[in-house]
Design a protein around this ligand. Structure first.
Ligand code: HEM
Length: 285
C-alpha cells in the first residue's frame, strides 16, 4: 500500500506543487500585508496545508468547508484531547463523519476514473486500475490518512518554526542575510521543535532495547522530539543553530514508516518561511 502511495509522491509531482504553494502563500501574505499584523496560525499555518492536501486529493474549493468539518470531527474522535462526551460517544460521531467522508471520496474517485487529473488521488486511482491491489475501502482509508498526516504536522512546522526564529533574532537575521540557508534552517527547525513529538508502536515480539525488555503486545512511544535533543547525537542540542551540519534528526521517523510526505512538508515550510522573511523584513512578534 505504501509503495502505491509512494508512486504518487514522485519528485515531479512535488515539483509541480511548487508554483501552486508559492501562489497560495503569496495570496495569503498579500491579504494581510496591508494590515500590518497577522495571526500566523489562523492566517497561514492552518489554512495552507489544508488547501495543499485538498488539491492533491482533488477536493474542489466549494467542498472544502464541509471537508474540514468532517476531518475535525474525525480528529476529535480519534484523539482524547476533547472532553465532551465519553470516548465511545465521540467515536460514534466520528464514525458517522468517516462514512460520510468515504462516500464523498467515492464520488471523487468515480469522477476521476473517467477524467484523470494531475493530482495525487488520480495517480493512486490509475495505479489501482493498472492492477496494484488496493480495495475501495483501502483507497478511501488512505485518502483519510493523507488528509490527517498532511495537515496538522505541517501546521506545527510553520507555527513552531516561525516562533523559534522570532525568539532568536540573531539566527533570523542570519537567514535574512543569506536565503541559501533556508534548507539547513528547515532541518534545524524540524529538529529543534519537532512537529510530531511522539508516535506509538506495538512490539510484535519480545525485544531488548537499552537494557530493557519490551514484551510482545506492549505499547511503546517513540519520542522523536526527545531523540532530536539527544546530547550524544547533537552538540549543544538545546541551541537553535540554522547552520548545524550533520543534522541527522528523526523528525520524519526512520525506517519502514519514514514519512511519505517529507519532501512536500519541506517544500511547504521552505516556501512559507522564505516568503515571510523576504516580503516582511521587519517581521516581529
Ligand atoms: C512537517 C511535517 C511532517 C512531519 C514532521 C511528519 C512526520 C511523520 C512521522 C514522524 C511519521 C512516522 C509515523 C510512525 O513512525 O509511524 C510520518 C508518517 C507519514 N507521513 Fe508524515 N509528517 C509530515 C508531513 C506529512 C505530509 C505533508 C504528508 C502527506 C501529504 C505526510 C504523510 C505521511 C504518511 C502517509 C505517513 C505514514 C507512512 C507509513 O506509515 O508508512 N506527512 N510522518
Amino acid at each position: 500500500m505504501r509503495g502505491l502511495l509512494n508512486k504518487a509522491f514522485t519528485p515531479r509531482m512535488i515539483d509541480n506543487l511548487r508554483n501552486r504553494i508559492q501562489t497560495l502563500v503569496d495570496e495569503i501574505l498579500e491579504g494581510v500585508q496591508g494590515k500590518g499584523l497577522m495571526d500566523i496560525m489562523a492566517d497561514l499555518a492552518i489554512p495552507l496545508p489544508g488547501v495543499v492536501i485538498s488539491d492533491m486529493l482533488g477536493v474542489p474549493e466549494e467542498d472544502r468547508p464541509q471537508f474540514k468539518k468532517w476531518s475535525d470531527v474525525i480528529f476529535v474522535g480519534l484523539t482524547e484531547s476533547d472532553s465532551t462526551g465519553t470516548q465511545a460517544q465521540r467515536f460514534a460521531i466520528s464514525q458517522k463523519s468517516f462514512s460520510e467522508l468515504s462516500d464523498y471520496f467515492r464520488g471523487v474517485v468515480e469522477r476521476l476514473r473517467g477524467h484523470p487529473q494531475d493530482n495525487l488521488l488520480s495517480a493512486v486511482v490509475e495505479a489501482e486500475e493498472a492492477g496494484d491491489k488496493l480495495t475501495q475501502e483501502e483507497l478511501f482509508a488512505n485518502c483519510v490518512l493523507l488528509m490527517f498526516t498532511g495537515q496538522e504536522t505541517t501546521t506545527n512546522l510553520i507555527g513552531n518554526g516561525t516562533l523559534a526564529l522570532l525568539q532568536d533574532p540573531k539566527q533570523m537575521q542570519m537567514l535574512q542575510n543569506d536565503g541559501e540557508l533556508i534548507g539547513s534552517t528547515m532541518e534545524e527547525l524540524l529538529r529543534f521543535d519537532s512537529p510530531v513529538q511522539k508516535f506509538g508502536r506495538v512490539a510484535t515480539a519480545d525485544i531488548e532495547i537499552g537494557g530493557k525488555t519490551i514484551k510482545a503486545g506492549e505499547l511503546v512511544f517513540l519520542c522523536f522530539g526527545s531523540a532530536n535533543r539527544d546530547p550524544e547525537q547533537f552538540s549543544n542540542p538545546d541551541q537553535l543553530d540554522i547552520m548545524r551540519s550533520d543534522n541527522r534528526h528523526v523528525a520524519f521517523a526512520h525506517g519502514i514508516h519514514y514519512c511519505l510526505g517529507a519532501s512536500l512538508a519541506r517544500l511547504e515550510g521552505q516556501i512559507t518561511l522564505g516568503s515571510l522573511l523576504e516580503r516582511m523584513p521587519d517581521f516581529r512578534m
